[in-house]
Design a protein around this ligand. Structure first.
Ligand code: V47
Length: 354
């Protein structure tokens, strides 16, 4: 333990074995080390953006056990938005100040490959200034199966259609055994990482998530984080790491235990410590809860995501996020917790310091 603490105090890189022991340290020790890294990088600035989530369809060919969004027995309300409806949502959001649309769909094979590309093309045609963050690596893999195109060709089509950056969803947990139990049939861990690698070599940026607090152990989280670190060393293309806290309602994973606040904060702090090659650690207020994401600002997190306006994936599983968050409330909450709210764009350029 002393060796670990010494390494933490001197900010020396950890081996995999050492990284696996980090959870045994006290939260206060981890928090102090993570906070030093955060303060050195960003001072007391906390980033957020003004954005709008658009989920074109909830009809899915895959059955992820943790998912409460896709239309199935537990959510018997299938829908598919038309391209025009997606554009209208983006237009309304833009008029209200949104600078980003975050487009993520279930894997609906009935609508065809062109439908997905047309959503982006049409939004960009109507709103050339809006940043389109669209389609997870899980969708890229699904589009590849749907169209017979390679991952690279799909990514090129996305870029040509106007996708500016990729969100970090679909990563879940990379450990193959756990992955098989929670989302068998979806994009494999290797393919998830390869898809982001190709995107990065095209000069584009993306985010990366980790779904935790379900059936995985701490060792799987560390393995996940270390696989990300390795790819980031190679490409430098990830803007943000987003640990997503599992929400347990309306899905097929029978998880009865809640994670403690301490375990969530430890995970955020450890991410900050291990992923120093990724600039931003996002405590996504939707799954972390608003209050804990404000506390997470003191444990290494420098971003809490945005106003969102409407959120369907996590709220279906119990998160209190269906109507997003009011901009003034978000700003005041960050200020009241002793940090400086900074509106950023999707690539982390600063827009306004409040
Ligand atoms: O990929 C699904 C997760 C993700 C549950 O890149 C669940 O900036 C918790 O990836 N409990 C979608 N999580 C959200 C996402 C995201 C969100 C905000 C910002 C960014 C970004 C990305 O939500 C899915 C999946 O991993 N998810 N079900 C659940 N029950």
């Amino acid at each position: 333990m002393d060796k670990l603490i010494q390494k933490l105090e001197n900010n020396i890189e950890f081996t995999l074995d050492e990284a696996n022991k980090l959870y045994d340290l006290d939260l206060s020790v981890l928090g102090k080390a993570a906070q030093k890294i955060r303060l050195d990088k960003f001072g007391k600035k906390t980033y957020f953006n003004i954005n709008r989530h658009i989920n074109p369809s909830n009809i899915c060919k895959d059955v992820c056990k943790f998912c409460a969004f896709s239309a199935h027995r537990k959510n018997p309300n299938p829908y598919t938005l038309s391209v025009e409806e997606c554009v209208q949502i983006a237009k309304n959001a833009y008029e209200k100040g949104a600078k980003e649309v975050h487009v993520v769909s279930a894997h609906n094979p009935e609508v065809g490959y062109e439908y997905y590309m047309n959503i982006v093309k049409s939004i960009k045609q109507e709103l050339p200034d809006i940043h389109v963050k669209a389609f997870t690596a899980a969708e890229v893999n699904f589009f590849s199966e749907l169209s017979g195109k390679s991952h690279k060709e799909v990514l090129e089509d996305m870029a040509n259609s106007g996708v500016d950056s990729m969100p970090g969803g679909g990563a879940e947990i990379f450990d193959e055994q756990i992955r098989n139990k929670i989302c068998k049939g979806k994009v494999s861990s290797d393919d998830w990482l390869k898809i982001h690698e190709i995107w990065h070599t095209m000069g584009k940026k993306s985010n990366v998530t980790m779904l935790f607090g379900h059936i995985e152990d701490r060792i799987h989280r560390i393995d996940h984080i270390m696989r990300i670190k390795k790819l980031q060393d190679k490409t430098g293309g990830f803007n943000a790491f987003i640990p997503l806290v599992y929400q347990r309602k309306n899905n097929y994973l029978n998880v009865s235990k809640f994670l403690t606040g301490t375990e969530i904060l430890k995970t955020i702090a450890i991410s900050r410590i291990l992923l120093q090659n990724i600039p931003n650690i996002k405590a996504y207020w939707v799954t972390t809860t608003l209050n804990l994401s404000l506390v997470a600002q003191e444990y290494g997190a420098n971003d809490i995501d945005g106003t969102i306006e409407k959120e369907s994936i996590n709220s279906a599983a119990g998160a209190a996020s269906s109507n997003g968050l009011n901009l003034n409330d978000l700003v005041e909450l960050i200020k009241d917790s002793g940090f400086i709210p900074v509106e950023r764009d999707s690539l982390y350029n600063e827009i306004k310091v409040y």
